[in-house]
Each structure stands twice: as C-alpha cells, then as structure tokens.
Design a protein around this ligand. Structure first.
Ligand code: ZN
Length: 271
C-alpha cells in the first residue's frame, strides 16, 4: 500500500516548504513535478540552484504551493505534513501503462485479483497482507510476519527494467513476463520457493523472467529474517522509471503476475 513521498521539515520565510524523503526519491525526477497533500493542497517541486548541482540531494529541493510568506504557507501546510506525487494514470500503446505509485499499487492489484479469483480449495492457509512503510525499510511487513509466523513469505512488488538506455545493467525487460526474484542485496530467495514458482509458470504457461538485481529490495527481506526464519520469495513486475511520477509497466506482465499469485497459492509444497 506504500508509496514514496515527502515530509515537510521547515517552512522558509518566503513560503517555500523544505522537505525530507519518505522513501527514496530521485531529486532529478521529482524536480518540477507536482505533489499533493492530504488536504488537497497542490505544489510544484523546485530546486535551490541548478538540479545538476543538487546531485540527487533532496535537501536541495523545496515545494512551492504558491504561498507568499511563512505565515501564508502555514494556513495550508504545517511541518510534519506529507505529500505524494500527483498526476493521472494514463494508458500508453502496446498495453503499457504509466502512473505514479505503481510501486506498489501493482502489488495490491495483483493480490486483490488473486484473492477474488482463487477458488479457496488449495492446500495452503494464505494471508494476503497489505503492508505500510515498505519504502522506509520494510517496516510494515516485520510485525505482520511476526504475527502470522508463515512457513513461506512471498513479496509482491516491482523491480526496475533494464531495457532502456538509462539503465542497461541487468536483464529484466517489459513484456518478458512476470519476474521471479532470485536475489537482491537484501535477500537470497529460498531455492524451493523459486523452483515452485518456475514449476507453476511452466505448468500453466505463464510467461516469466528471472530477476537478479544489485540495488533495492522488497519485503521478502524482512519476512526472510523474521521469527526463526521464513522461506522467502518474490513476484515482481518489471517497471521502467520506478520511483517517479511516471513509472511504466506492461499490463501483460501484471496479468502474468496475477496468474502466478493464484498458481503459487494453490501449489502443494513439501517442506
Ligand atoms: Zn519502491
């Protein structure tokens, strides 16, 4: 359920809002974008000096809500208020979509679809968990895993695409299927869980790709080390421009992810 955003840390005399990160924001992609606070107040992200000189330091950014002074700004926004990116969901050609917060509403969508479509006659007790604060260090999944004490924990999330010129240092691409996580810096997935996912995809003709990344992580990491240890895996949708107002993903990959969520839920594990 989580998404990246900003929290107001200071209001300047001229009415500009200084912010800190809630999750990892790229200063360059936030720059000149629109944000919205919970009370509906909109703002535009500016930068003190050139964005090139900011070198991805979000501390150099500010939010302009149109206020003319500190007192004016405080009529609308206070220190501690939070905002997220703002902009419509749009459909691109070739069954591709663009939106803010695909990370991780895609996961919510896939779980809800799997929940609706599962017949409930599989061998597993399944808990569908919609976590908060994944972007702040996988916090929500920690107490969830501690309460449920699962045998297997599967994160449903996104992963960066490596099929466009700004990031070619990996093998994942749009429309190549749902990605099965092997590893990222925070987890090495359980081999039996990975093998079960591959078996599900091969049995049911679900298009899949293998995911290995050297940056980032998901709730698979926190579930993995919860309690006495949990076998962890990840079902991740390949996404271009992640952590921006305009992440891009393929509906085909997302639907393949729904099929894999359903299939793995019904899979008979022999642990
Ligand atoms: Zn993320």
């Amino acid at each position: 359920m989580d998404e990246i955003g900003f929290m107001v840390k200071k209001i300047e005399a001229d009415g500009r809002l200084r912010v800190c990160n809630l999750g990892w924001n790229w200063a360059g992609s936030a720059y000149n974008g629109r944000v919205r606070f919970r009370n509906g107040i909109s703002g535009v992200v500016g930068c003190m000096g050139s964005i090139e000189d900011a070198k991805n330091d979000v501390g150099k950014l500010y939010i302009d809500i149109g206020a003319t002074s500190k007192e004016d700004a405080e009529n609308y926004v206070k220190v501690g208020d939070v905002c997220g990116y703002y902009g419509p969901y749009v459909e691109l050609v070739n069954n591709r979509i663009a939106s803010k917060s695909l990370d991780n509403r895609i996961g919510c969508y896939q779980l809800l679809q799997a929940l609706k479509e599962n017949q409930g006659n599989g061998p597993n007790d399944i808990y569908y968990v919609f976590c908060v604060q994944e972007e702040l260090g996988c916090r929500g999944s920690k107490p969830a895993a501690a309460r449920i004490q699962p045998d297997i924990g599967i994160a449903v999330d996104i992963t960066p695409a490596h099929d466009y010129p700004c990031d070619l240092e990996g093998s994942n691409a749009l429309d190549e299927g749902i990605a099965i996580k092997f590893s990222d810096p925070s987890v090495v997935c359980d081999e039996d869980v990975v093998a079960a996912m591959i078996a599900c995809c091969e049995e049911r003709n679900i298009k899949y790709q293998r995911e290995v990344i050297d940056k980032g992580g998901t709730d698979a990491s926190s579930m993995n080390v919860s309690g006495f240890g949990v076998r962890a895996g990840g079902i991740v949708v390949v996404t271009r421009y992640p952590h921006s107002q305009s992440a891009v993903a393929s509906k085909k990959d997302i639907e393949a992810g729904v099929e894999l969520c359903k299939a793995i839920s019904e899979y008979e594990f022999h642990l």
